[in-house]
Design a protein around this ligand. Sequence first.
Ligand SMILES: [Zn+2]
Length: 442
Amino acid sequence: MDLLLRGGTLVTCDARDTVLEGDLLVQGGRIAAVGPKAARAALRPARVIDARGCAVIPGIVQAHVHLCQVLFRGMADDLPLLSWLRERIWPLEAAHDEKSLRASAELGLLEAMSAGTTTLLDMGTVHGYDAVLDACVRAGVRVVGGKAMMDTGQGVPRGLYETTRASLDESERLCRDWHGHASGRVGYAFAPRFVLSCSEALVRGAVQRAEAANAHVHSHVAEHPSEREAVRAALGRDDVDVLRAWGVRGPRAVLAHGVQLTDDEARGVARDGTRIVHCPSANLKLGSGIARVAELDALGVALALGCDGAPCNNNLDPWQELRHAALLAKTRTGPSALPARRALRLITIDGANALGLGSEIGSLEVGKRADVAVVRVDGPHVEPGGDVFSRLVYAAKSSDVRHVLVDGELVVHAGEHTRLDAEAVLARARSMAKTVATRAGL
Ligand SMILES: [Zn+2]
């Protein structure tokens, strides 16, 4: 059945940032018409969703999350990055099983999708990644993801350590089973975790396999000053240079953080077309610093935005992330940096481009897949002033999201997830979080 979003402000995020008043028509999972005359194009009986008082925007793309860590929210506060990893996150990840992974992913999906997220780039833990991808397919989200790869490094628990061969084989098996699955809503990303936990053979092997399968490579880079020192001590160079030398470069490579990138490094990243995902809340909470987003943007670095993990944020709320990105850019560079119109593109078309999906999603254009969020922009915390970009970036909250479509399916309707049972997801998450913490000895 056709679906008509009627009477909203359509923020298309197309090349000219066109804004239209009118309707958006969905046919066969794709956008069939946009604008004042869209309703006339509806041939079959259309389901009509009232979008008056709302902005209709492209579905939000979060280009760096860890669904496996959602269960650990609040269990690793107020620690520096490397202790955060070695003392809490790794032992907790090692204590996961299939049931707890599924519970973790479902809670993250409930939160992120209800806030308007339609696409995620996810990094899993080492084992059990099928459960996470299966949870994504059942929840109806679009996902690019892969298991974390770790074959070396200090403080890696036995449960997460794997041989180079086993890591490559399991990643390749997952890619074979999942890449292109669920009508193309699942993509695979080979995920060498970060340079300190990966050998050269592992990273090179991951890149080779990603190229062969036309998949992504997803890692972390230049996050924290202390990590930078540890990388220099271990490898004699910065992680971005090491990864680049090992083949992690170009549009296939999506790297989270980039807080510590120098101008020279940023120019290299821009030349290569490597993607950098800004995660401002996680960078603030772990004391990593503030990425120079406006400067990176000016240097031509392809940027996107992500919430990172629940234990270092502690939300998977893209609206907070968007607001932080815009405000922090002004703190670093001045109040004109990253204006609202520019910032909104970070969570829409830029995110889509970062995942190689820019021709299919990321803007409201006829022929694209109908990944859409309908967001109230007439609440007391938003009215009365400002254009729709100002309202969305500086004033709107995740609770303003009313409806969310993925491939034309209403996955969130009137604020309620249509596929996930919120109460059941919460109950399972509470119970499994205790189980995993006990197993991890925390
Ligand atoms: Zn991360």
